[in-house]
Design a protein around this ligand. Structure first.
Ligand SMILES: [Zn+2]
Ligand SMILES: [Zn+2]
Length: 663
């Protein structure tokens, strides 16, 4: 059981926190003022330690404090709770997605944030001039603030002193305030040393386990050896804008800031994968060179991780992180962020897909990384659409990753509004001029492609939705792909599909063909309707001139298929009754339902009257289904005869149902 903390007694003296001061920075300054070890201050103030026998405070305290710790810290340090809360970085969390504090337990939270590489948990950057203080007596004695924002890796410069930040000690080269204790990240290095000034390097210059106690570097980080050149104006402007987005009480809404940093991170990843495509955007030569060096190091780290994991299965998330992290060094970081911000072009979101396109080909050379990046849900839909891979006109099926599908086009229609058989007026207008491919395959491929445009589903799933048998869909897609080996054909196909999609866009209200198909899946014309239908047919074809027709079950089936075809806007070949007839045929060529239906559909001269009645019946039934979702309770009244004159003799004699069907 951990030892109970000592009773909370207010310290004899305290300090007023400085603007943006971090918790470890405040503890350092207060410890220096009271001439106590920082670990002692942390323990008195109730900060969580690395273990029951350890006095080293843990790093997660700098992210957020529990209310009871906040209260005790405030009591001991004579601050109010708001001032204590202001020392923690969670005040940036609503704007900076890398500060994800949703992981339940604190230690894994620190490790997860650190692994993402956009927040420094093990060390910090710093501005030597800020650390030197503002010249006031208190800051002359105990130094200026170690700022919270220096740990957010998008902060690479001090805009007050117009210079890049430092990330390591100028004498020993160790990252500033590098702190670690076993598997835990600690709040401060050498927390038990009470003799160091807050601005002194606390690194060991020899191994930490050496006996007697290892030597400490002790260099003053507020007095750098080399003066840095002033920051180029473009980078200064970028840093200003980034700080404005981070500012907890700033004018940028938190959600907009989150969106900006999320996209900045994705574009940075794309730049890393496609380097040196965006090198020209990385600022002056010093910055572009530093960025290039960082990319090379990150790629090497990925290769080494792959080689180390070669003997065992490894996951992408294990191998790829170096390509997603921001560099520790500020010049490389500034170059990469400038390139990312320029490509992101926050004021021109519509142009983003075009700006990113030149990088995508190079990024795709690492298929695993590219797949992860291009399918990331944080991209705007237009960008994800532009990233979709195409294999001769059709989207490559997505892997089963659980990521949401993205439709390749912003359609005004849903996939269920696409008819299996396109209206002949549309195909005449947009597909008839395409030659060198069977029109049957072309029309089916066009319907599949329209479903893909509306849903993002690959053709196999589009075929299921359209109730197009897989074998027929496959033949259509493969034939179309073969035909599109000629780039001119692909261009013409894409053009035609866009025109067809525009036709569908313009329809209002849209028809839900999925509901229609479901409603009459097993439908056949009811007996009561069939009597009336046949009577009407006789009336219109003979006009009382004495010719009578026998009513047969086969004829009812044929007419039912034709009505199904009309209502579902599908090919008669794929009507459930036709498929069943084919399946039950005893020998090849004995399935006749399809042929009989085809005869009526294709013969332009003999079936006008029949088609008129079918159109009337099917139109009424379709409206009933659209209204009620079912074919039940449908009442049909035969239409008024269209003509009082006898039909021409040759037409009368070609009534489909009076002929002996061809086998
Ligand atoms: Zn500064
Ligand atoms: Zn040092």
């Amino acid at each position: 059981m951990p030892a109970p903390p000592p009773p909370a007694q207010p310290l004899g003296r305290s300090l007023i926190p400085l603007p943006d001061e971090s918790l470890p920075g405040f503890v350092l300054r207060l410890a220096h003022r009271l001439e106590l070890p920082p670990a002692r201050i942390a323990a008195l103030a109730g900060l969580p330690a690395a273990g029951s026998n350890s006095s080293r405070p843990l790093a997660h305290a700098m992210l957020t404090l529990d209310p009871h710790v906040t209260a005790r810290f405030a009591q001991v340090t004579r601050l109010n709770p708001e001032e204590v809360a202001g020392l923690c970085m969670d005040r940036y969390a609503s704007r900076y997605p890398a500060l994800d504090l949703t992981t339940r337990s604190p230690v894994p939270r620190v490790m997860a944030i650190s692994r993402r590489g956009w927040v420094l948990m093990h060390s910090t950057r710093y501005c030597p001039q800020c650390l030197a203080g503002d010249g006031s007596l208190i800051q002359q004695r105990h130094g200026g603030p170690w700022q919270q924002r220096w740990r957010l890796q998008v902060v690479f410069a001090c805009t007050t002193h117009q210079r890049l930040l430092e990330h390591q000690c100028h004498r020993c080269g160790t990252p500033a305030l590098l702190s670690r204790s076993g598997s835990n990240v600690t709040l401060l290095p050498r927390a038990n040393d009470k003799d160091l000034h807050p601005a002194q390097c606390r690194s060991h210059t020899s191994g930490p386990c050496e006996r007697p106690a290892p030597a400490i570097c002790g260099a003053r980080l507020d007095t750098p050896a080399v003066l840095t050149p002033p920051l180029p104006p473009g980078l200064l402007r970028l840093q200003d804008q980034i700080l404005e987005r981070l500012e907890p009480a700033g004018p940028v809404p938190p959600a907009r800031a989150q969106e900006y940093f999320r996209l900045l991170s994705l574009v940075h990843n794309l730049i890393m994968l496609s380097w040196p495509r965006a090198r020209h955007l990385a600022g002056p030569e010093q910055f572009a060179t530093a960025a290039g060096t960082h990319v090379a190091t990150a790629r090497q780290a990925v290769e080494q991780a792959k080689a180390a994991a070669a003997a065992r299965p490894f996951t992408f998330t294990e191998i790829h992180p170096p390509m997603r992290k921001l560099p520790l060094a500020c010049d490389a970081c500034a170059g990469l962020l400038l390139a990312a911000d320029t490509l992101l072009g926050w004021d021109d979101p519509a142009g983003l897909p075009d700006r990113l396109m030149p990088l995508t080909q190079a990024a795709a050379l690492d298929p695993q990384a590219w797949y992860w990046l291009r399918t990331h849900p944080a991209w705007p839909p237009a960008v994800r659409r532009s990233f979709l891979p195409h294999l001769k006109g059709f989207t490559i099926p997505a892997r089963r990753t659980g990521r949401p599908l993205i439709s390749p086009r912003q359609c005004q229609f849903q996939p269920e509004n696409v008819p299996q058989r396109l209206p002949s007026t549309w195909s005449d207008r947009h597909l008839a001029h395409l030659t060198g491919i069977s029109s049957k395959h072309l029309h089916r491929a066009a319907a599949l492609k329209l479903v893909e445009l509306a849903s993002g589903h690959p053709w196999s799933q589009a075929a299921e939705l359209l109730r197009l048998p897989r074998r027929n869909a496959e033949l259509a897609v493969f034939s179309t792909r073969r035909w599109m080996r000629d780039d001119r054909n692909q261009e013409a196909f894409d053009h035609a599909i866009e025109a067809l999609a525009s036709e569908l866009d313009a329809i209002s209200p849209h028809v839900n063909y999925v509901i229609r198909r479901r409603a009459i899946q097993t439908w056949a014309m009811p007996d009561a309707h069939w009597q009336g239908f046949f009577h009407e047919l006789e009336t219109q074809t003979t006009h009382g001139r004495g010719r009578r027709h026998t009513i047969s079950e086969r004829r009812r089936q044929v007419i039912s298929v034709l009505i199904w075809t009309h209502i579902t806007h599908s090919e008669h070949l794929f009507a459930p009754a036709v498929l069943a007839d084919k399946a039950h045929a005893t020998a090849p060529g004995t399935a006749r339902l399809a042929a009989q239906a085809c005869e009526v559909l294709r013969n332009n001269n003999g079936y006008t009257a029949l088609r008129t009645i079918i159109n009337d019946y099917a139109g009424n039934l379709a409206r009933n289904i659209d209204r009620t979702g079912t074919a039940d309770n449908f009442n049909w009244n035969p239409p008024t005869p269209l003509t009082t004159q006898p039909a021409p003799r040759d037409q009368r004699h070609r009534n489909a149902l009076c002929r002996k069907p061809r086998s």
